[in-house]
Structures are given as structure tokens and as C-alpha cells.
Design a protein around this ligand. Sequence first.
Ligand SMILES: C[S@@+](CC[C@H](N)C(=O)[O-])C[C@H]1O[C@@H](n2cnc3c(N)ncnc32)[C@H](O)[C@@H]1O
Length: 272
Amino acid sequence: MTAPKGEGVGKRSGTGTETGTGTGTRSRTGTGLKDPSIRRSLALFRAFLHEQDDPESCYTLLARDAADQVEAYGAVEGRTVVDVGGGSGYFTEEFRRRGAHAYLFEPDVRELGPKPPRSAVVADGYLLPLADGVADVCFSSNVLEHVADPQTFLSEMVRVTRPDGLIYMAFTNWLSPWGGHEWAPWHYFGAERARARYRRRTGKAAKHTLGENLFAVHIGTTLRQVRARDDVRVVAARSRYWPFLAGAVAKAPGLREFATWNLLLILRRCPP
Ligand SMILES: C[S@@+](CC[C@H](N)C(=O)[O-])C[C@H]1O[C@@H](n2cnc3c(N)ncnc32)[C@H](O)[C@@H]1O
């Protein structure tokens, strides 16, 4: 996996402050929706409502949106993108559509589905079969809340990212209205009660069990842990989906746990 040199998400100078364009991208392949904006949030919300009956449209839009967010920091064309816990590969495919050398790493073959992207690798995010610093972009969407040890998971993402490379990590925090996943928002009344309610209402067992494949990740704790690290610099910490004040909402202790919905962290790997 080699990445050509040039302009792109891999920022070459390690100094100074950095912001994304804040406007999303309006490329041929992107959503064409401004980020943040009410139009974009409504489009995503409508797509989420049809996640079960039309996953293709929902995840295609979400993948385009996430790729726009990455490309706010530079084009991925010709770059190496590692998608950790990428499920059935919508994000990997979208990065490839944009000319990236994108690779999917997913530990659960059931999540890969019937048509995974070519050369998908069955691998755990704790132990990626990759050399140090191979990725220009290390990407994970909605995986952190599914791992028991988020710090080790992040350390592995950092290890495979080259100095000055970009790390995109987004997750649904526990106290978000969607924190309980398929049993949300009843998780506010306790995980076990919410799971039992889900089974009663749908007649099937819930996919997620707290402490097994879903964990209570909090925004304040995560931010403190990430800021305490000396191998990454926080470039952005903001709500992934909010239509306005996306950065401000993630700064308000207490409130942010309920109002952020999904935290997007953009990190830069520090040079050694
Ligand atoms: C909610 S899905 C997210 C899939 C995709 N990234 C998305 O945003 O649609 C969570 C994914 O995390 C994966 N996952 C769970 N534990 C993992 C681990 N230790 N390493 C890598 N991926 C993991 C699951 O297999 C699943 O595919």
C-alpha cells in the first residue's frame, strides 16, 4: 500500500492551526450538501428513517457525507484509506469511487454481507494486519461504541496512520437519544429493560447487548482521553449530524452528552 506524494488529506507540515473547509465538498461524487446545514441534516434524518427498508440509499448517502467530511481536509484521490469496522463496505466503496486506495477491515463476516468490497479483510481493529504508518487516512464510523476498550482501538488506528495523516472517528455516545441503538430511546430507563421491551414489541431478540457488543461511551471521557495523548492532535470535535453549532454543542459539558447525538473526531497523527 503506497500513497503517492502531493496535496491531499495527508497534511505535510505539522505546524499551525487547521480547520476543514467547513462547507463540505460539492464535487461530482459528493452529496452537494453544505455541512452543517438544515438541508443536509434533514436529508440524513430522512435516510435514517428508512435504514431498515432501504439500507442501500441510507448508507450510500451516509458514506458520501462522511467522505465529504474527510475531503474537507483534502482530496483522498491517490491516498490510502483504511476503513476499520467498515461493515458491508459502503464507506470503502465511496472512497474508491473518489480515487482512493481504500481497504476494508471487518472482524465479523456476517457484517460483510453477501457482496463485500473486493479484497475485504476479516480482521479485528485491535490488531490490524498492517505495518506502522501505512494509511493516509484511518477511518472508523460508528465502531468505537462497539468495542470494550476504546483506547486500545484508537491506539491501533493511530499506529497504522502515517505522521501527519488523518484519523476520522465517529461514534454514537451512550446518552445520545440513539445511544441504545435499536432499543433507543428506552435505554434511558436501563439497558436490560430496553432490550426486554424491544423483544416484546418486535418478537425478536435485540442485536445489541450492553457490555457484550455495545458499550457506554461518553463524550467528556473520550475527549479527555484523546487530548491527553501525545501521538495525536485534535483537529475537530463536533456533532457529526447537527445542522448548526455543531462544534459548540460538543463543548458544553453535561449538555453535550445528550445533545451531540454522534461525536465526530478528526485527529492528526503527530510526527514522532
Ligand atoms: C454499527 S456497525 C458500523 C458499520 C459501518 N462502519 C457504518 O458506519 O455503517 C459497527 C461495526 O463495528 C464492527 N466492530 C465491532 N468490534 C470491532 C473491532 N474490535 N474491530 C473492528 N470492528 C469492530 C462490527 O463488526 C460492525 O461492523
